[in-house]
Write a protein that binds this ligand. Structure first.
Ligand code: PMP
Ligand code: GLU
Length: 397
């Protein structure tokens, strides 16, 4: 009998990856799809990083690496944290994993017991929700909306915390909204957390280098929280290395040790070649990353200008990452031919089949009135996609 575990039956498929798959399939069938679903830089991994990986193979980095990552890579990450963020993580507080996604899963699985509460500001990244399910935690959501640029307040945070709260997990710059918290806003959250010493914080900083606000700010910078913030980062976004699958954490040592134990039984550690490439990425000239950030900044301005010309869409103003998260509820209950739009899922589907654009429904991120548009694509494609979107939406009456 083909019966799967309750665990996997209860798990939702990643909507971001599902839409990316649909884009690939439709393209293979010959459709001219513009993929705005996947959060993936369209740039190639910089050449010097690719060269470092080739050299790693020739130099014999082909055996099992230490479970937490090569010592020199953990040293480089420790120095990166110190140099760029002012964080004080020693190499034995660092664990390198198969993508930041696995880093988050490790931390959640080592901290959360069945029934423990995990607070997510909403909209949240799609995989947090499912990883919490895997850990049998209870998701507690703090809502926000486009009117306040998708920011939660310290009062909301205070109200959400209970004696059962175990973890607060957030990303800034945020996926899916691109929202970036300022130092003062984070400081106000830190004051709330200072009153609740039982709460751990997962600070997902994977978009650190794609911020249009300048200096990156993090909850980890406040000394009063230092022994309970886990910083998650990785090379996917900053160095256009999504396929290499390399992420890392800086964490209190007892948590890092538990993550080492966890992945020692699941993956044995991150891929050796990718680790050597990551070492090159973190220790070399960062100008390619700056160039990519500037390109994303220009594209943000471009897409925001174009989307403002589309009636009914209420966009936010993202200050980082490469997503726009407009409220599309104006189009609910409208229709064209036999397409009836009842919700964001319907609108995404409508855009696939009437505009050949793939986006991701806000429902995946806990925001049912929105859709996520990834602008990690060329300026020409952004212009063409917005032209098609405007035309297709105009048909909805
Ligand atoms: N956190 C956020 C907010 C993300 O958008 C992503 C997707 N890249 C990840 C973590 C996982 O990144 P990685 O490719 O390193 O697994
Ligand atoms: N994080 C990216 C996204 O949200 C990549 C896909 C994924 O890892 O889910 O689109």
């Amino acid at each position: 009998m083909e019966i799967l575990s309750q665990r996997i039956q209860n798990l939702a498929e990643s909507e971001t990856l599902q839409m990316a798959k649909l884009s690939r399939e439709l393209r293979a069938k010959g459709y001219d799809i513009i993929d705005m679903s996947l959060g993936e830089p369209d740039f190639e991994t910089p050449k010097h990083i690719r060269e470092a990986a080739k050299k790693a193979i020739d130099d014999g980095f082909t055996k099992y690496p230490p479970v937490s990552g090569y010592a020199d890579l953990r040293q480089a990450i420790s120095e990166k944290f110190n140099r760029e963020n002012g964080f004080d993580f020693t190499p034995d507080q660092i664990v390198v994993s198969t993508g930041a996604k696995q880093s988050i899963a490790n931390v959640m699985l080592v901290l959360v017991d069945p029934g423990d509460e995990v607070i997510l500001p909403s909209p949240y990244w799609v995989s947090y929700r499912e990883i919490i399910k895997l850990a049998q935690g209870k998701q507690v959501t703090i809502p926000s909306s486009v009117e306040n640029n998708f920011k939660i307040t310290p009062e909301q945070l205070e109200q959400a915390i209970t004696p059962h709260t175990r973890v607060f997990c957030y990303s800034s710059p945020c996926n899916p909204t691109g929202t970036v918290y300022t130092r003062d806003e984070l400081k106000a959250f830190a004051e709330v957390f200072a009153r609740h010493p039982h709460v751990f914080i997962i600070s997902d900083e994977i978009y650190e280098h794609i911020s249009f606000r300048g200096k990156h700010e993090s909850l980890a910078q406040f000394p009063e929280l230092r022994d309970r913030v886990i910083v998650v980062n990785g090379v996917s976004k900053a160095y256009a290395m999504t396929g290499w699958r390399l992420g890392y954490i800086g964490a209190p040592q007892w948590i890092a040790k538990a993550c080492d134990k966890m992945q020692g039984q699941i993956t044995s550690g991150a891929n050796s070649i990718a680790q050597r490439a990551a070492l090159a990425a973190l220790t070399s000239d960062q100008s390619e990353t700056d160039k990519m950030r500037d390109a994303f900044h220009r594209r943000r301005d471009l897409i925001l200008g174009l989307i403002n010309e589309i009636p009914g869409l209420k966009p936010n103003k993202p200050e980082g990452a490469f997503y726009l998260f407009p409220d599309v509820s104006y189009y609910f209950d409208k229709s064209h031919d036999d397409h009836i739009i009842l919700n964001a899922d319907d609108l995404c589907r409508y855009l696939v089949y009437n505009a050949s654009i793939t986006t991701v429904t806000g429902q995946a991120f806990g925001a049912e009135n929105c859709i996520r548009i990834s602008y990690a694509t060329s300026e020409e494609k952004i212009k063409e996609a917005m032209r098609r979107m405007k035309e297709a939406l105009a048909k909805l009456k």
